[in-house]
Design a protein around this ligand. Structure first.
Ligand SMILES: Nc1nc2c(c(=O)[nH]1)N[C@H]1C(S)=C(S)[C@@H](COP(=O)(O)OP(=O)(O)OC[C@H]3O[C@@H](n4cnc5c(N)ncnc54)[C@H](O)[C@@H]3O)O[C@H]1N2
Ligand code: MOO
Length: 412
């Protein structure tokens, strides 16, 4: 048991999942644009794939009873992919066949052309040919009636290919979530504008929106909001009319210009505030009308870590995805390459670089700069390295958990 005054990450996720209701409205989505969408209805195959026995190779279709090496067979025709006629093949005969072409009803095997010698209208077999050799049987990939996906399954790229192979043009998926995004802070300036003394460029909305792109949400951008309670109230009241989830960044700590928590308390309700993770401790979760509210800490690294570790699980839950539990991210084990000293208390998500030794083991090196304002460490890293809350340090060679980044290009 932890003595932390803050919620553990797993308790925070469990609380969010138990206090939020997945969407129930579904819609048709074009299969070609359905990657990342969550199925609202199970998919059951209405046809066999392949729909008929067909050849896996270019060669000759024959009767396996004629398939002894040394036999000479007469070639009586040819079948191509797409042909609907089945030529008659008598004992001692065969037909030329192309990959994907239907197997003539009289045949039960295919010999590849590299294993025959051809002379005019005859072939001589150089190898034995067993029944069903080089034949892709009806329904061998998908049988009619197979349930391929449950409701709550998030479609991958190859899943959409499978759906197309069944002839489906559209699928029933849960409706898209609308996510309202805003950044609070008087110091923040939109990129493309000049920077006055004391100002910084706003970057959290860019990072958060990019991290959410994988999850097929619709983003509604509410811009930069001043550290002024009335303005913040107005924006949040507008956002809660149209958004399923509102994500703010900044203003969740204890400073004199940190208004997010008191405003949330006034307009809606706070579910919890503060999670025992580093960075990201002051994350706030609550409700504004029908909208779920997630208040990210302003430090850019904290905003990204809380988006990935806390916001993404709740979004996936709201989207109707099932089987999430707390294991929503792939976690691997790696050996750390240096000692780390630190104060126990929070589960630490360090930006780190992992690689694989020749013997297959993974090794991981945390980057030197771990401050939550240092964004360059993110760009140099390819994983999070987790230090358990109770650990006051790690020794070289200790096994730690890592979470590889899923960003395209990072791992390859
Ligand atoms: N006395 C205490 N001070 C702080 C504590 C604490 O426990 N006691 N917690 C620290 C931690 S940890 C964090 S994280 C931050 C979170 O503070 P806020 O959420 O109130 O964030 P801000 O103060 O608004 O900003 C923090 C930092 O990040 C910059 N920022 C904010 N928004 C953006 C943005 N959209 N794009 C780029 N940069 C942004 C901002 O300028 C600040 O430098 O509080 C600590 N303080
Ligand atoms: O939680 Mo803060 O995010 O450690 O920098």
């Amino acid at each position: 048991m932890s003595n932390s005054p803050w919620l553990s990450l797993s308790d925070a996720i469990a609380t969010m999942l138990s206090q939020t209701q997945p969407v129930s409205v579904s819609e048709k989505a074009d299969v070609k644009a359905a990657v990342g969408r969550v199925l609202a209805i199970p998919v059951v195959a209405s046809i066999n794939v392949p729909p008929c026995n067909n050849s896996a190779m270019d060669g000759y279709a024959l009767k396996s009873s004629d398939g002894k090496a040394g036999n000479t067979l007469e070639v009586v025709g040819a079948v191509f992919a797409g042909d609907s006629q089945s030529p008659t093949v008598l004992p001692g005969q065969c037909v030329r066949i192309m990959t994907g072409a239907p197997i003539p009803t009289d045949c039960d095997a295919v010999i590849i052309q590299e294993n025959v010698s051809r002379e005019d209208d005859t072939i001589t077999l150089q190898t034995d040919t067993a029944p069903l050799a080089n034949i892709r049987e009806t329904g061998s990939d998908i049988a009619r009636g197979d349930q391929l996906f449950d409701a709550g399954h998030r479609l991958t790229a190859t899943d959409t290919m499978l759906l197309s192979s069944l002839g489906l043009a559209s699928v029933d998926v849960y409706r898209q979530l609308t996510i309202g995004l805003l950044a609070t802070g008087d110091e923040l300036v939109e990129a493309g504008n000049p920077l006055a003394t004391g100002q910084i460029y706003e970057s959290n909305r860019t990072g958060v929106a990019a991290l959410l792109q994988n999850w097929q949400v619709h983003i509604n951008n509410f811009g930069i909001v001043a550290d002024e309670p009335e303005t913040l109230k107005q924006v949040l009241q507008e956002a809660q009319q149209t958004c399923d989830v509102i994500i703010s960044s900044g203003g969740v700590s204890v400073g004199d210009a940190d208004f997010v928590k008191p405003v949330l308390d006034e307009l809606g309700e706070i579910g919890f505030w503060k999670v025992a993770i580093k960075p990201g401790k002051p994350f706030a979760f609550g409700r504004l009308g029908n909208a779920v509210f997630c208040g990210l800490p302003g430090n850019p690294v904290s905003a990204c870590v809380t988006t990935e570790q806390l916001v993404v699980p709740v979004i996936r839950h709201l989207q109707g995805e099932t089987g999430l539990g707390n294991g929503h991210r792939l976690t691997l084990k790696a050996q750390i390459t240096r000692d780390i000293k630190r104060r126990a208390g929070r589960l630490d998500f360090q930006r780190a670089v992992f690689s694989q030794n020749a013997d297959g083991t993974l090794i991981v090196t945390p980057l030197a700069k771990q401050s939550s304002g240092v964004m360059t460490s993110f760009s140099k890293a390819n994983c999070y390295m987790l230090i358990p809350a109770e650990a006051d340090g790690l020794n070289t060679g200790d096994w730690v958990e890592i979470q590889p980044f899923s960003i395209a290009g990072k791992l390859g």
